[in-house]
Design a protein around this ligand. Structure first.
Ligand code: LMR
Length: 329
């Protein structure tokens, strides 16, 4: 009809950017704060490989590890703003952005086994938490393990009195901060990326993390003692923004879900082995004294930490804590 309109359309269809745009793969930007050789690092690399394979190269993942792009709080903001497409923050970091119920996973001595952790993730509470993310237009795509946390410092931390006066770096979780205060320590909230340096400079005395994070950040060079308390769990939630998710075609969403299913199952099966391998490597250096608390000492810690359960129940409602205990079994 209108020759001008036809010429414009022809120019557009033949424009190089239009042709390349349809042929070019969709690249997802994924940011995280730990090293590549960690349970999270390798599971996300596995996701990238799987997505490339199932989409036949039409979807790819560009991973920015080790807080190269964003640190803890800025990565959450970057996701909201669309500066990155996908994150895998620890469950402990969702409380600060308006999801205090995620801090249920931070409760000390809640889990003894990975099976208990996985039951709660797949159960009512775990699924309700993923659904709750909609409140801030986030989409929760699944859970990923790191493992059980231990306490480190320049002294053994085995009994409540050992913690008195210690300045302990914590993630931005009120449950974890409360845990430290109840033990007589002073919680200091710091980004993960600043932790190794803060330990080396003596800004903080100690911290808690699974061995994989302790080892890959070389925290053993700044801490003389690691106490294998297994007092808490560290895991992750894979999130994208609704804007990004809704913009994908159904087929692309299907590819992502398929790739994630494989990568998360694989990652969850590998995480424990990685932590064990890193503990063996740490032992081999002889650099850090490794302590094993006895049953009596763990029981003392567990008893001392009961107020943390009450504190969270008061904040989010006792029914959440009850439901979590029920799902855990
Ligand atoms: C931490 O801040 O200690 C952890 O959440 C880091 C991580 O992502 O494993």
């Amino acid at each position: 009809a209108n020759p001008l309109r036809r010429r414009c359309l022809q120019a557009l269809v033949c424009a190089p950017w239009v042709r390349t745009a349809s042929a070019r793969p969709l690249v997802l930007r994924l940011s995280h704060v730990v090293k590549e050789a960690t349970p999270k690092g390798v599971a996300l690399q596995q996701f990238a490989q799987q997505l490339d394979a199932v989409s036949k190269g039409r979807m790819q993942v560009q991973i920015f590890a080790n807080a190269r792009l964003y640190s803890d709080l800025d990565e959450m903001q970057a996701l909201q703003l669309g500066a990155v497409d996908m994150l895998a923050p620890s469950l402990s970091k969702f409380g600060r952005i308006g999801f205090p119920e995620f801090e249920l996973f931070d409760l000390p001595f809640l889990f003894e086994t990975h099976a208990q952790v996985h039951r709660t993730m797949q159960g009512r509470v775990g699924q309700a938490l993923l659904a709750a993310l909609q409140r801030q237009r986030l989409v929760g795509l699944g859970y990923l393990d790191n493992g059980f946390k231990h306490m480190s410092a320049n002294r053994a931390l085995l009994e409540p009195q050992d913690f008195v006066g210690q300045r302990m770096r914590v993630q931005g979780s009120r449950v974890i901060a409360h845990q430290m205060r109840v033990l007589g320590a002073q919680p200091v909230e710091l980004d993960f990326a600043q932790t190794r340096r803060a330990l080396a400079l003596g800004v903080v005395d100690g911290t808690e993390n699974p061995v994989s994070n302790f080892w890959t950040q070389q925290m053993h060079e700044a801490q003389t003692d690691l106490s294998l308390t297994r007092h808490g769990y560290l895991g992750y939630c894979l999130v994208v923004h609704q804007r990004f998710w809704q913009h994908l075609q159904p087929q692309q969403r299907g590819w992502m879900q398929q790739a994630l299913r494989v990568a998360l199952d694989w990652g969850n099966a590998m995480a424990q082995q990685q932590n064990e391998r890193d503990l063996a490597a740490l032992r081999a250096t002889g650099a850090t004294r490794i302590h094993h608390p006895g049953d009596r000492q763990r029981e003392q810690l567990r008893q001392a930490l009961q107020p943390v359960y009450e504190g969270l129940a008061q904040r989010i409602g006792g029914q959440w804590v009850q439901a979590m205990l029920k799902d855990r079994g």
